[in-house]
Design a protein around this ligand. Structure first.
Ligand code: CTP
Ligand SMILES: C[C@](O)(CO)[C@H](O)COP(=O)(O)O
Length: 232
C-alpha cells in the first residue's frame, strides 16, 4: 500500500474515573500494560505505517523503554500530552506526515483488524470516518435538576468510538480552527464536522470498550481471555 496510515494513540490522561494511583492506561491486563495491548493491535495492522504514542510528560521515558521492550517498531515518536485529549491529539499530530491519520484512544485495546481496515477504507472513500455502534438504551436529555427535558429519536443515535480517521490536512485545520475559537471537543470528529466536512460512520462492535471505570477492568480481562481463545 503506497500511503499507509499514521496513527495517534492518545494515552496522556489521568484516569480519574478509574480511581487508581497508576493511570489506567498503564494498568496491566495479563501482565502487560493496557496501552501496550492497544499499540500491538496497530503494530500488527498492514495499513499502518507509523504510530505516534502520546503520553504524560512524566511517562515519556518509561513509554520509550516499553516501545523497545515490546518491539513496537512502528512507533516513530512518543510525545507528551496536553491539558485535555484535544491538545494531546494536536501534540501527536505534529509528528505525523502521512496523508491519512487515525486517532485512537489508548484505553481501547479491543479494536479489531477488520474494523481498522474498514475505518481506513471508508475514510479514503468518504473523506472521514468514525467507528461507532447504535445505542441500545433509550437516551434522554436531563436538566441540572435531574428532570427529563427530552428524548431524542433513538434510531438516529450512535455511541461513537475510535479510531477516527481523517486526512491529516483536514484534522490539522480542524484543530487550528478550534484553537482559534477556543472550542473544546470530546472527540476529533466534532472539530472536523465544524469545518463542514462529512464524517461517515463505520459500524463497530460493542466490545470495543473504552476502559474508564473499575468495572470495565473485569470485563476487559474477560474479553482478553476470550480473544486469546479465538486468536483474533
Ligand atoms: N489530557 C488527556 C486526556 C485524555 N487522554 C486520553 O484520551 C483517551 C480517552 O480519554 P478518557 O477515557 O477520558 O481518559 P482520562 O481522561 O484519563 O479519564 P478520566 O476522564 O476518567 O480522567 C485516553 O486514552 C486518555 O489517556 C489524553 O491523551 N490526554
Ligand atoms: C473519543 C471518544 O472515545 C469517543 O467516544 C470519547 O469522546 C472520549 O471521551 P473521554 O471523556 O476523553 O474518554
Amino acid at each position: 500500500m503506497a500511503n499507509k496510515a499514521g496513527v495517534i494513540v492518545v494515552a496522556a490522561g489521568k484516569g480519574s474515573r478509574m480511581g487508581t494511583t497508576e493511570s489506567k492506561q498503564y494498568l496491566k491486563l495479563q501482565d502487560k500494560p493496557i496501552i501496550i495491548h492497544t499499540l500491538e493491535v496497530f503494530e500488527r495492522s498492514s495499513i499502518v505505517g507509523e504510530i505516534v504514542m502520546v503520553t504524560g510528560a512524566e511517562d515519556v521515558e518509561r513509554c520509550r523503554d516499553w516501545v523497545k521492550q515490546y518491539g513496537l517498531t512502528k512507533v516513530v515518536h512518543v510525545a507528551a500530552g496536553g491539558r485535555d485529549r484535544q491538545e494531546s491529539v494536536l501534540n501527536g499530530l505534529q509528528h505525523l506526515t502521512t496523508e491519512w491519520v487515525m486517532v485512537h484512544d489508548g484505553v481501547r485495546p479491543f479494536v479489531t483488524q477488520d474494523h481498522i481496515q474498514q475505518c481506513y477504507d471508508t475514510a479514503v472513500e468518504a473523506g472521514a470516518s468514525v467507528l461507532a455502534v447504535p445505542v441500545k438504551d433509550t437516551i434522554k436529555q436531563v436538566n441540572p435538576n435531574r428532570q427529563i427535558i427530552g428524548t431524542p429519536d433513538r434510531s438516529s443515535l450512535w455511541a461513537i468510538q475510535t479510531p477516527q480517521t481523517f486526512r491529516r490536512s483536514d484534522l490539522l485545520d480542524a484543530h487550528q480552527h478550534a484553537e482559534q475559537q477556543d472550542f473544546r471537543g470530546t472527540d476529533d470528529a466534532m472539530l472536523v464536522e465544524r469545518l463542514g466536512i462529512t464524517v461517515a460512520v463505520v459500524e463497530g462492535s460493542y466490545t470495543n470498550i473504552k476502559i474508564t471505570t473499575p468495572d470495565d477492568l473485569d470485563y476487559a480481562a474477560y474479553l482478553l481471555e476470550r480473544k486469546g481463545e479465538s486468536h483474533i
